[in-house]
Design a protein around this ligand. Structure first.
Ligand code: ADP
Ligand code: ZN
Length: 735
């Protein structure tokens, strides 16, 4: 017998299938093995078995060992691998790696084995006086405990915390207690315990949504409803119905939305059949949760992007909440779109997909309007809670009237009120650090990273200049390195400085900060939210991390300090992003009984996007935006392809770029009507980590799948060592 093996080395030259002699080992398709490869021993995935091989007998080598006692890659996942490698042009080994927890590779995690003790059936119903001496009190106590409290048994380690170990040994040696090995799984977030929740009477809109979805199969739904309109309740009911039919479910949320609140509501509803797949789990926990899916013990997988690969079988429903969130697109190798994978899986299983959002991406809403997806709307908030009032503040006027601070007078007025009434406020600024750059007042010199083409950000806590691309740190120059002038000016304010300014303005009210810097350690994120929830602080300052899914009943004010930040990016999605982000942040105000207020500060108060934000008018925004996209030919009326080439050798990278460009130009000549635009240039960020970056941008008319494939092939054709090159379709970032 021969095993077809994909070796676990990610180099494009070896993304092939190698044949090995099974050497009489018991091997099935879908297990991992170790095999000799060159002079190394490597892990590999067995993707097939066969009787014959083309490899000559003196060349064939044998499998060394089998790593898994059962198949870890299911048939469905093998088909998914074929699809992803054909359509997304990924290497098979990279795809297989997505399917298993990282720590399984290299054998870093194992199943946890522990000893488990229970009363033997034979002795259970007998009078212990017959076989335990009256003087052996410890043995009597232990027997009694196992009989009445733990009829199913208990871990030995738990028992010996309370009872004498020698008593246990004695009973075990006489067969009265049976001790055996049990697999124990680590339960993540064990402190998140279910609690009683009030009975919910579904609204008519919710009922309609649940009925429509549950009675369909193989369909994609867009569930559109403002935050607080009861979407989560719809998801959970649909999952319940799916489970009742004997099928399984996957629920995806953006990484930073997977809060204890979400976990609790799922545990309440689905108990131990929920597996949580989250990057914040320990390696062992991740492995256990994943294995619970594979074994069928878990029937609901709840997690961020990568949970779309949960090894559940017989999937009945997949839900992608906040479908517009950019974290659903993987922009690192292997690049994939979560919704494309989800769509493939629902097709395979004849299941349904729900895309849910308060602010769907323009492309998704368009597809729903066109009838590709079925649109279901939840029109109001539960309990008719009004959306918060949004006040648009013109920051140009503030400056004209002599207020140069980052807080407008309107915002200060509202903050005063919050502090006085003992309420809470959230202030949003999507820029971390203290000041965005340091500039010389005399010559205009701006401190830049030596390895990247970006300016450095001043971080006061560490008193260092940091590069946000590569993480490099630099000491702060006391005089300008270029002209020697002694005064350096600070650029735009970041979250760190906002906190300090607030502490000066409102001494003693407590100000917390949540951004990438303050949440670096495990559990820091939950801790900050916990402290804010416990009202240890009245103000929370944060980046887009605070925009998601947190329900704080006492938050009556949301301040958006610089709403325009995402507006002026050279990206066709910038207006859409601004609408989504500001709407989402605004939704944090007035979630409970008290009404909420939003102060939105902008230098472009008349930009149309803010009118729609103020009125919570998604449809108005959509109509305006879709018209623009149609006229200017941007997605969904075109497909954008970007080819990025980078390398430390600028000339060599440029050579590769030119080759690819020439190849694409040939395609363009053969299909002129498919190309709206084609050009090459340096990337907006010209250098990252000492690698020079350049790009080709193409805009294709709709229905150009064939052209996209040809572009992928061209990129592959001109791939050379040491130069990175890849194609992205409708990329989320164009930096
Ligand atoms: P969304 O996911 O759209 O933001 P949720 O489903 O989280 O909204 O609902 C918001 C709040 O309203 C939650 O606290 C939820 O428990 C509650 N809720 C949802 N549906 C109902 C209902 N039919 N009756 C009463 N409360 C509801
Ligand atoms: Zn750098």
């Amino acid at each position: 017998m021969y095993a077809e093996v994909i070796v676990d080395i990610a180099v494009s030259e070896v993304d092939r299938i190698f044949d090995y002699d099974t050497g009489g080992l018991d091997i099935t398709r879908g297990v991992r093995v170790t095999v000799p490869f060159g002079r190394m021993t490597v892990e590999g995935f067995v993707i097939g078995l066969k009787q014959e091989t083309d490899v000559p007998a003196d060349k064939i080598r044998s499998v060394i060992s089998v790593l898994d006692c059962r198949r870890i890659i299911t048939e469905e996942m093998f088909s998914l691998m074929d699809y992803m490698s054909a359509k997304m042009h990924l290497m098979k080994v990279d795809i297989l790696r997505l399917f298993i927890p990282a720590a399984m590779r290299g054998g870093r995690v194992k199943e946890l084995k522990r000893q488990y003790a229970s009363l033997s059936e034979e002795y259970r119903d007998r009078d212990p006086g017959e076989f335990i001496k009256p003087s052996a009190l410890a043995q009597h106590e232990l027997f009694e405990y196992l009989l009445t409290e733990k009829p199913e048994g208990e871990f030995v380690s738990e028992l010996t915390k309370v009872f004498s170990a020698s008593a246990l040994r004695n009973l075990a040696s006489r067969g009265i207690v049976v001790v055996r090995d049990a697999e124990q799984t680590r339960l993540p977030y064990a402190d998140v315990r279910p609690e009683k929740t009030p009975e919910i009477i579904l609204t008519d809109e919710q009922k309609y949504a649940i009925e429509s979805i549950s009675s369909a199969s193989g369909k994609v739904f867009l569930l559109h409803g403002v935050t607080g309109s009861g979407k989560t309740e719809v998801y959970m009911n649909c999952i319940e119905r799916t489970l009742a039919c004997g099928k399984t479910a996957i629920m995806l949320v953006p990484e930073i939305s997977l809060t204890p609140q979400v976990l609790r509501s799922f545990r309440n509803r689905f108990g131990s059949s929920v597996a949580i797949l989250h990057s914040a789990l320990g390696q062992g926990e991740k492995f256990d949760e994943w294995r619970k899916c594979l074994s069928g013990e878990a029937r609901v997988a709840l997690g961020a992007r990568s949970a779309v690969f949960a090894p559940l079988e017989n999937i009945g429903i997949i839900i992608i909440d906040e479908e517009h969130d950019s974290s659903y697109i993987s922009d690192r190798t292997p690049r994939y779109s979560t919704s494309n994978v989800a769509k493939w899986r629902i097709k395979y299983n004849n299941a349904n997909l729900i895309l849910g959002s308060a602010t769907p991406s323009v492309e998704t809403y368009h597809a729903a309007k066109e009838g590709t997806y079925e649109l279901i709307e939840l029109t109001g908030r539960i309990n008719k809670r009004p959306l918060p009032e949004v006040e648009i503040v013109n920051m140009c006027k503030e400056i004209a009237s002599g207020n140069n601070s980052i807080f407008s007078s309107a915002l200060l007025r509202e903050l005063d009120k919050v502090v006085e009434c003992g309420n809470q406020a959230m202030l949003f600024l999507n820029r971390r650090g203290y000041a965005s750059f340091m500039m010389c007042r005399s010559c205009g010199y701006v401190a830049k990273c030596e390895r990247c083409d970006v300016s450095l950000v001043y971080h006061r806590e560490e008193n260092r200049l940091k590069c946000h691309y590569c993480g490099n740190m630099y000491t702060v120059p006391s005089v300008c390195p270029q002209c020697g002038f002694p005064v350096m000016k600070e650029g735009y304010i970041g979250t760190e400085k906002v906190v300090r300014l607030l502490e000066e303005l409102y001494p003693g009210v407590g100000v917390l900060r949540m951004d990438n810097d303050s949440t670096r350690t495990k559990g820091a994120h939950a801790e900050i939210l916990g402290r804010f929830g416990a009202k240890e602080a009245q103000i929370l300052v944060g980046t887009q991390m605070i925009a998601k899914g947190h329900d704080f009943p006492d938050v009556t004010l949301v301040g958006i300090l610089d709403a325009d930040m995402s507006l002026h990016m050279a990206d066709y999605r910038s207006v859409e992003r601004t609408f989504q982000l500001t709407t989402q942040v605004a939704g944090r105000a007035g979630r409970a009984a008290q009404s909420g207020k939003v102060v939105l500060q902008t230098y472009a108060p008349h930009h149309y996007v803010y009118g729609y934000v103020k009125n919570g008018d998604y449809k108005g925004f959509y109509e305006k935006e879709i018209n623009l996209r149609e006229v200017t030919k941007y997605p969904p009326f075109a497909t954008i392809v970007r080819v990025l080439v980078s390398g430390s050798d600028d000339t060599k990278a440029a050579g590769v770029l030119k080759n690819i460009y020439a190849g694409i130009t040939e395609i363009k000549e053969a299909y002129p009507d498919k190309f709206i635009y084609l050009a090459y240039m340096r990337a907006p960020v010209k250098k990252i980590m000492d690698e020079y970056r350049m790009q080709i941008l193409a805009r294709l008319s709709v229905g150009s799948d064939e052209i996209v494939d040809k572009i992928y092939e061209t990129v592959e054709k001109y791939r050379v060592p040491k130069i990175t090159s890849y194609a992205e379709i409708n990329p989320i970032k164009l930096s």
